[in-house]
Design a binder for this molecule. Structure first.
Ligand code: G6P
Length: 365
């Protein structure tokens, strides 16, 4: 009923809208006065030389974003893989490895099988889950809750941003343990994280504008999503959200890879969503975007005020997000990506909460 949906038309809309609140709860849970608080037995990243992250679907894209964070913040090499490939590849797990599994349900069959494979091989098995009573949580040495609350919509939204939040905190902890991050730098990152729920509220206010754009996106047969750095996995997540619920074919690509193939698809019928906060790589992404526009492509630029000022000219539409330190942009920009998928699906009249052929949790192979 509408009451269960908090007055929203769909669980997905409710779950998108509640992200500022659930994120604040997750942050408050892990960030107490004494700094980042993890359940016992805790984690010591000085004992770890690499991390193998494994997940499926949206949770995999959270891992892929986190790979950028761990490598940048903690100088820790990370492999991120999808569970269905990982489990049968017999991948070597070197000494001093941490295996990290991310799963909203904690019951995804492939992810659980991948976890079993790492038993006795990895030094530590950590999981990032929404359901603490789940098989994946119970099978790990350290299950970390994301505290998103029940997620009903099949397309994952708030679980994704909460997964990212927990993974970001772990990356900060790793940086502190390994001495690649000073206390002051860590504090600055954490202050940014605490501000994020407020910024999310601002980002959600762009919903009416996104709804208008989505009506036009709903006409497209194919849509490309582009991003660089940690915005590349977010581009893939944006494309996944869109195909899951609107059934429009979408692909996420690294901006710099565009010229190696997908640019062949670009013409005036193919909208290209460019996820580009004004960061160190902004100019490079803008030049990729200009390659699209030079071929008649319709660019939807999602950026901040600075980025819009510098690059909105010639775009089809520009959506302006609140400014955010680039490291946390993947969390904030998840919201416009989710809203785009949601409103496009509404415009197409699909069953948003229960898309065809999909299950919330895939417990068989
Ligand atoms: C299914 C769901 C996705 C989810 C994936 C992984 O495919 O439809 O939304 O991302 O499973 O689920 P998990 O519970 O392991 O995060």
């Amino acid at each position: 009923s509408r009451i269960e949906k908090g007055g929203h038309r769909h669980f997905m809309a409710k779950e998108i809208a509640e992200q500022p609140v659930v994120l604040a709860d997750a942050i408050a849970h892990y960030l107490q006065d004494s700094g980042i608080t993890l359940p016992e037995p805790g984690l010591d990243f000085t004992q770890i030389d690499r991390i193998t992250m494994v997940a499926c679907g949206t949770a995999f894209y959270a891992c892929h974003v986190a790979k950028y964070w761990f490598e940048q913040i903690a100088r820790l090499p990370v492999e991120a893989d999808i569970a269905s490939e990982f489990r049968y590849r017999e991948p070597p797990i070197p000494a001093r490895s941490m295996a990290l599994f991310v799963s909203q349900s904690g019951e995804t069959a492939d992810t659980l099988a991948a976890l079993r494979y790492t038993e006795g091989k990895a030094d530590r098995i950590v999981s990032v889950v929404n359901v603490l009573e789940s098989s994946i949580a119970r099978g790990s040495d350290l299950p970390l809750p994301i505290l998103a609350g029940a997620e009903i919509g099949v397309a994952s939204t708030k679980a994704f941003t909460c997964q990212l939040t927990v993974l970001f905190l772990l990356a900060i902890k790793a940086g502190l343990d390994r001495g690649t991050l000073t206390e002051a730098e860590a504090e600055a990152h954490l202050a940014t994280l605490r501000n994020l729920p407020g910024l999310m509220n601002h980002a959600l206010q762009t919903a009416p504008e996104i709804e208008r754009v989505a009506k036009e996106l709903a006409e497209a047969r194919d849509i490309l999503f582009l991003g660089r750095g940690a915005m590349y996995p977010l581009a893939m997540e944006g494309a996944l959200k869109l195909k899951e619920i609107s059934y429009i074919h979408a692909e996420g690509y690294a901006s710099g890879e565009l010229k190696h193939g997908p640019i062949a698809l670009v013409d005036k019928t193919v909208p290209v969503v460019v996820l580009a906060p004004s960061d160190a790589l902004f100019d490079k992404t803008v030049s990729n975007m200009q390659e699209v526009m030079a071929r008649g492509g319709k660019v939807l630029l999602v950026t901040d005020a600075e980025g819009a000022h510098a690059a909105r000219e010639g775009t089809w539409r520009t959506l302006v997000m609140p400014g955010v330190p680039p490291i946390l942009a993947p969390i904030l920009y998840a919201l416009p990506a989710q809203l785009l998928a949601y409103h496009t699906a509404i415009a197409k009249g699909t069953d948003v909460d229960q898309p065809r052929n999909l299950a919330k949790s895939v417990t068989v192979e």
